[in-house]
Design a protein around this ligand. Structure first.
Ligand SMILES: [Zn+2]
Length: 354
């Protein structure tokens, strides 16, 4: 029997084309299987990751809504934002967690992760916030909002070296973060337990020379560790930033000869009653005290610190506004108060802020 008809002619062009198509199809199927497996792995990883954060039970209504109406992403993001703005952080967190379980689109996931990080941060969960923000940066390295919040968190947790790394990443995006960098350098110097005070002071002065906005920090440190030297580093243009420090410094630190060189200090110490070298002041509170003359001991000054960006004021000075989280030098605003010394005790109300 002739079986020649069953023999395959390997040199036939049709066979070569068929083989090529077969290989292409095999590669396509393999690619598809690998992609599906990678997606499943990522989903499992994310589910494990998210399960560390919160009970998914409270997110189930939002998940059901997303499954039945996949186009409800924007509405839910808006709702979460409303909850966030009214300080209902747990509710906004539930929505973002639901979104992250269902939504697969990468830009949307990055947006939801960043907002989730923001809600966790406001709710006081710094570690959760940091972890989800780092996860969002893995998906999109040029995520400015996530990097800026990460910078705030590293400052708050005193991980200043990491904060500087975040600044490097932010500056690669192309914006100037010189003010933030200077503020972090101050914190590194102030918090270095191995640096002797004189070296700390020298390092702060060096920083102040590079960035005059840092006068208050350098002066405050010098006032505490080298009160005589502090008077020699005064930057007249920045005196207003340290008005409270001059007012509260003990009389033993007072250097009349140096104070008389600066009109603002002449007004301040005349208002305080330590010298008589000014008749008036453009600052209402100082002017009022100067004009009270001999009766000035019925009043005293307290201070508030206002963010020049969002205009919120706080009882403590800051280098980053606790409200809008921007790196800013607080505006020092004097407030006239009734003197505690005149209330029958020797208690100095203005000293109560530290
Ligand atoms: Zn602010």
């Amino acid at each position: 029997m002739d079986f020649e008809f069953l023999a395959i002619d390997y040199r036939h062009p049709v066979f070569s084309v068929a083989m090529l198509l077969l290989v292409v199809a095999a590669v396509a199927i393999l690619n598809h299987l690998l992609a599906a497996s990678k997606k499943r792995r990522q989903e499992r990883k994310l589910t494990r990751f998210l399960s560390r954060f919160d009970s998914a039970a409270q997110s189930k209504d939002y998940k059901a809504l997303l499954i039945s109406q996949p186009d409800s992403f924007n509405s839910l993001m808006l709702l979460a934002d409303i909850y966030f703005k009214s300080a209902q952080y747990p509710e906004s967190i539930h929505i973002y967690l639901a979104l992250l379980e269902i939504v697969a689109d990468k830009p949307r996931r990055v947006e939801a992760m960043t907002r989730l990080g923001r809600s966790y941060h406001r709710a006081g969960f710094f570690q959760r916030s940091r972890d989800i923000l780092l996860e969002s940066i893995k998906l999109s390295a040029r995520n400015k909002e996530a990097l800026e919040l990460l910078l705030v968190i590293y400052e708050q947790t005193k991980e200043y070296r990491r904060a500087l790394e975040v600044l490097d990443a932010l500056e690669e995006i192309g914006e100037d973060y010189g003010r933030e960098r200077s503020f972090i350098k101050i914190k590194i110097i102030e918090n270095d337990p191995l640096l002797p005070p004189e070296k700390r002071e020298a390092a702060l002065l060096d920083l102040q020379k590079q960035d005059p906005r840092l006068f208050r920090a350098a002066f405050e440190f010098a006032l505490e560790h080298d009160p005589k030297g502090a008077w020699l580093i005064i930057d007249e243009d920045r005196l207003i930033d340290a008005l409270d420090l001059f007012w509260r410094a003990p009389k033993a630190y007072f250097n009349e000869e140096e104070a008389l060189k600066y009109p603002l200090l002449r007004e301040l110490y005349t208002a305080k009653g330590w010298i008589n070298a000014a008749k008036e002041s453009a600052i209402f509170e100082l002017d009022a005290l100067i004009k009270l003359g001999e009766s000035k001991n019925i009043a005293d000054l307290s201070f508030e610190y206002r963010c020049p960006r969002c205009m919120t004021s706080f009882p403590m000075p800051f280098l980053r506004c606790p409200n809008c989280l921007r790196a800013e030098i607080a505006r020092v605003e004097p407030v006239l108060v009734k003197s505690a010394k005149n209330d029958g005790g020797n208690y100095d109300a203005s000293a109560n802020f530290y």
